[in-house]
Design a protein around this ligand. Structure first.
Ligand SMILES: Nc1ncnc2c1ncn2[C@@H]1O[C@H](COP(=O)(O)OP(=O)(O)OP(=O)(O)O)[C@@H](O)[C@H]1O
Length: 255
């Protein structure tokens, strides 16, 4: 339509710099965009700043002794300026952090329910969403009454993602989803994320260091090195999935 404005990106980082404790400069003028419905992967070596970028987006830096010292984060056209993590989750910006961070003594189902606590949703809506999580991850249904801490690594990662889905995300942030998991389990989780992306338009921003499988359905990649975006663009423009997997993961398993 002539004159119609393009919708804002789902997420935009505009020259974001982050410091920890005033001394460690973890990010320097990092800019990147995630469009609605996009799967965007952050690659880069250990300590490059990938987790820091996700924490800056989720509002989790203060808990780690870090802070944004320059630049801005925009989500769906709004500037995120000191809003607490729970506010961001309610806006649809939901993190699944490294380590999964479940409540180990609560049942898997109670952990999933925690994800819906901040929503203004009826009991029926929450029950439907819980059912949808069990349909995506059938083994969570089987284990729903067990303490989350007793689940396998794969079950815990599925529960962490399921809990995030209970918050009805518009953008899911996933840090090192493959950590400690067998390739088969990573494949299963990647397939579920792909399904959510293609059927619901869920946007995904994944930081990954271990598994080429996350590149399988990626649209764009940003390579971070020493806190800066070294390269950013569509997967094809950066050499394609196979070449990226071989270069950053030492494998050719993205296809
Ligand atoms: N809480 C913290 N306090 C001080 N420095 C930190 C903290 N967290 C991260 N850093 C430093 O910030 C830099 C970026 O770390 P970050 O964890 O974001 O990298 P990464 O790319 O996610 O790597 P990894 O996958 O190893 O976590 C590193 O120099 C790291 O040592």
């Amino acid at each position: 339509m002539p004159g119609a404005e393009a919708p804002p990106p789902r997420l935009a980082l505009d020259a974001v710099a982050v410091r920890y404790g005033g001394a460690v400069q973890a990010l320097q003028a990092l800019s990147l965009c995630v469009q609605p419905g996009e799967v965007h992967v952050l690659l880069g070596p250990n300590g490059a700043g990938k987790s820091t970028a996700l924490k800056a987006i989720a509002g989790l830096l203060p808990a780690e002794g870090g802070a944004i010292s320059a630049g801005r984060v925009h989500f769906d056209g709004q500037v995120l300026d000191g809003q607490p993590p729970a506010w961001r989750v309610r806006a649809g910006l939901v993190p699944v952090l490294e380590g999964r961070r479940l409540f180990p003594r609560l049942s898997l189902e109670d952990n999933l329910r925690c994800g819906g606590l901040g929503r203004d949703a009826s009991a029926e809506e929450l029950a439907q969403d819980l059912e949808a999580v069990y349909t995506l991850f059938p083994r969570l249904r089987e284990r729903r009454r067990s303490p989350a801490g007793l689940g396998s690594g794969g079950e815990q990662q599925m529960a962490a993602i399921g809990r995030a889905l209970m918050a009805r995300p518009r953008l899911l942030l996933l840090d090192e989803l493959s950590m400690g998991l067998a390739a088969r389990v990573v494949d299963e989780i990647v397939a579920v994320l792909h399904h959510l992306n293609t059927t619901q338009g869920l946007s995904l921003l994944l930081a990954e260091q271990g598994a080429g499988a996350v590149l399988r359905h990626a649209h764009r990649v940003t390579v971070i090195d020493r806190g800066r975006a070294e390269r950013s663009g569509p997967v094809a423009a950066l050499g394609g999935r196979e070449a990226l997997a071989a270069r950053y993961f030492g494998v050719s398993e993205a296809a």
